[in-house]
Design a protein around this ligand. Structure first.
Ligand code: CTP
Ligand code: ZN
Length: 154
């Protein structure tokens, strides 16, 4: 019975997009980045699923929608291992790994409380940089770096 239920959670979709291999601890950040909460199509979510590569993974299935590659790449900041599968008539017709964007507008907060983006209502803007093998967001306004541990969505 339990097995059947588990299968249902991740059942195949007919058409749409499957975002697979999301690190389990960042599934909810990925959902927030993609604004899945305001999508009106059928969404199936699984988390803490077994993965040989990640240990535990999350998966998001969006029926009848194909978000742009640009939007998908935004989740690379919290889920660099994510792989996007485009499904048509139950078949995987395209598959790609997300790519970390060079710049990002909105979505994340600048961790500097004095930054103008935290004082006035305005869109944040960052360059995505790598420091000691870790991603950081360099604010275009205050130049302060926000490190991965402090990535917070707006
Ligand atoms: N999938 C789905 N509905 C379909 C076809 C596939 O939800 N009609 C999902 C599968 O459950 C899987 C993902 O899309 O999570 C990719 O499918 P597939 O390429 O068949 O699986 P794998 O070979 O395991 O993919 P990968 O090597 O990328 O892990
Ligand atoms: Zn700033």
């Amino acid at each position: 019975m339990a097995k059947q239920k588990e299968k249902l959670t991740v059942s195949a979709i007919k058409n749409g997009t499957v975002i697979d291999h999301i690190p389990a601890e960042n599934l909810f950040k990925a959902l927030s980045i993609l604004h899945i909460d305001i999508m009106n199509t059928t969404i199936t979510i699984g988390n803490n699923l077994e993965s040989s590569r990640l240990g535990k993974k999350g998966i998001i299935k969006i029926a009848d929608k194909q978000p742009s590659t640009e939007d998908m790449n935004k989740i690379a900041l919290v889920a660099p291992t994510a792989r996007i599968n485009i499904i048509q008539d139950y078949e995987v017709v395209d598959k790609y790994n997300v790519k970390i964007p060079e710049q990002i507008r909105g979505i994340f907060k600048c961790m500097n409380p004095k930054c103008i983006t935290n004082v006035e209502k305005m869109t944040t803007k960052f360059d995505v940089i790598e420091k000691d093998g870790k991603l950081q967001l360099k604010c275009k306004y205050c130049e302060k770096d926000t490190d991965q541990e402090h990535f917070e969505t707006i």
